[in-house]
Design a binder for this molecule. Structure first.
Ligand code: 0HH
Length: 208
């Protein structure tokens, strides 16, 4: 029996990092797919703690907020560093990834056609910071010597931006290497090649 349930739209969106993490960790989960028509009826929305999806269930525990879900899985599956200092640094990395994600969502849902080039300029600056962090990493992970939930977050963001601009990592060899290594992890590789991944749009409005 799958211990976990993800309730979300038929999108990669804010569930993609969770799905990549769960796959890579060999976990099973159930998906409850919510169509936009169903959502617009408003009943489910009214029942959500903050009026939004995704929902993540772990037995009796019901979570809203995708980054809280990542932290929960980080704690449960040893993806949160080996001490409090590493955990704090992992939080910091994930928050920096979330800063990019938040800007991406704003661009996609409010100003995609006019804002894209300006957005990409700012993105390069943000990515250069992660490039420098990985250049200083001895292990190829963002923090410490093991994968953390922040690595999955960064990976998801990089995959998404490679769709927007396939050359966006050309001047960042460490980020490129990171994407290659993450993509080559056997369970991630299988997932990225599966229909469950390739058939899902990234966003809900056809933009990417
Ligand atoms: N901070 C929250 C988190 O990280 C943000 C959740 C959120 O923005 O979990 N949820 C959105 C869906 S993810 C939501 O519930 C953004 C892309 C969604 C695209 C599809 C939207 C179609 C809506 C019919 N949005 C719906 C809503 O707010 O009513």
């Amino acid at each position: 029996l799958a211990p976990y349930t993800i309730t979300y739209f038929p999108l990669r969106g804010r569930a993609n990092t969770l799905r990549i993490l769960l796959n890579d960790q060999g976990q099973e989960w159930k998906e409850i797919v919510v169509t936009f028509d169903e959502w617009h009826k408003g009943v489910l929305k009214a029942s959500c703690a903050f009026g939004q999806l995704p929902i993540f269930q772990d037995g009796d525990l019901v979570l809203y907020q995708s980054n809280a879900m990542l932290r929960h899985l980080g704690r449960k599956h040893g993806l949160y560093g080996k001490n409090d200092s590493e955990a704090a640094l992992i939080d910091m990395m994930n928050d920096a990834a979330e800063d990019i994600r938040g800007r991406y969502v704003t661009l996609v849902y409010s100003n995609f056609d006019d804002g894209k080039e300006e957005y990409l300029k700012d993105l390069m600056i943000r990515l250069s910071k992660f490039e420098a962090i990985l250049a200083n990493s001895k292990t190829g992970f963002l923090v410490g010597d093991k994968i953390s939930f922040a690595d999955y977050s960064l990976f998801d963001i990089l995959l998404t931006h490679l769709v927007m601009r396939s050359s966006c990592l050309d001047s960042f060899p460490n980020l490129k290497g990171f994407v290659e290594r993450m993509s080559a992890r056997p369970k991630i590789k299988a997932y990225l090649e599966s229909d469950a991944y390739t058939k899902l749009p990234i966003n809900g409005n056809g933009k990417q």
